[in-house]
Ligand binder design. Structure first.
Ligand code: SF4
Length: 232
């Protein structure tokens, strides 16, 4: 595998294209866990709409969620998005776990990071290794890019990891490959996460990536291979 372009250069190039992106709507682990479970296959705007509806209609404390009538919960999160009952069940399961752990302890763990924090976060529905990484990144306790599927696709195409049918394997390989290049700088890491995600959504799309307008094309394995194929 050729050596990948340097991450700092990549992120700087993406920043020139996309500028400074809007901050995350929250960095609170519990609020982020709720967003994850109350939504299903929706864009960021709809995810926020659902969260706002939940907050206004039921409340977002574990006690409020567990004390609300089931149909009201379904109705408040069902105003947007598919499969509201499935989402309501996940929200209830998350609230049960949060009540058992306690929000103060959950927040403290996220700020502290480490193996125990990961183990606790992964107890929640919808939170696997990438989800736990993202929560810890946003809480400022992990040095990681925590790429989502869009960001991971960009890293793979740039040569940081091979695309394995097993998503977790690809994620781990990319995480290990970028690790030596990561600064202990939460603001930079969060910006890098967001920029890679945006690039994967808008330019380095799953099908028909727009390599012709991509600022990373020069150092990109995928684009090189595609050009080579066309040149044959
Ligand atoms: S050159 Fe193409 S494949 Fe490579 S990062 Fe850019 S859009 Fe993605």
């Amino acid at each position: 595998m050729p050596s990948p372009p340097k991450l700092r250069r990549i992120v700087a190039a993406l920043k020139k294209v996309y500028g400074k992106l809007a901050p995350f709507p929250s960095r609170d682990p519990w609020e982020l866990i709720l967003r994850e479970n109350a939504s299903y296959l929706v864009d960021d705007e709809t995810r926020e709409e659902i969260f706002r509806s939940l907050k206004a209609g039921v409340g977002v404390s574990p006690e409020a969620i567990l004390g609300a009538p089931y149909e009201r919960l379904v109705e408040t999160i069902g105003k947007s998005g598919m499969r509201p009952r499935m989402r309501a069940d996940k929200v209830l399961e998350a609230a049960e776990i949060a009540r058992e752990i306690g929000l103060d302890r959950l927040r403290k763990l996220a700020r502290t990071g480490g193996a125990e924090a990961r183990r606790v976060l992964k107890r929640f529905p919808g939170i696997g290794e990438p989800g736990a990484d993202k929560l810890l990144l946003l809480a400022g306790s992990a040095v990681t890019l925590a790429p989502d599927s869009n960001g991971l696709r960009v890293l793979v195409r740039l040569g940081y990891a091979k695309d394995d049918p097993n998503y977790a394997k690809t994620y781990r390989a990319a995480a290990a490959a970028v690790a030596p290049e990561l600064p202990d700088d939460t603001a930079w890491l969060v910006a890098a996460h967001q920029l890679l995600r945006r690039h994967g959504q808008e330019t380095c799309r799953r099908s028909e990536p727009r390599c012709d307008v991509c600022p990373l094309a020069k150092g990109c394995d995928f684009a090189r291979a595609a050009t080579g194929e066309r040149g044959r």
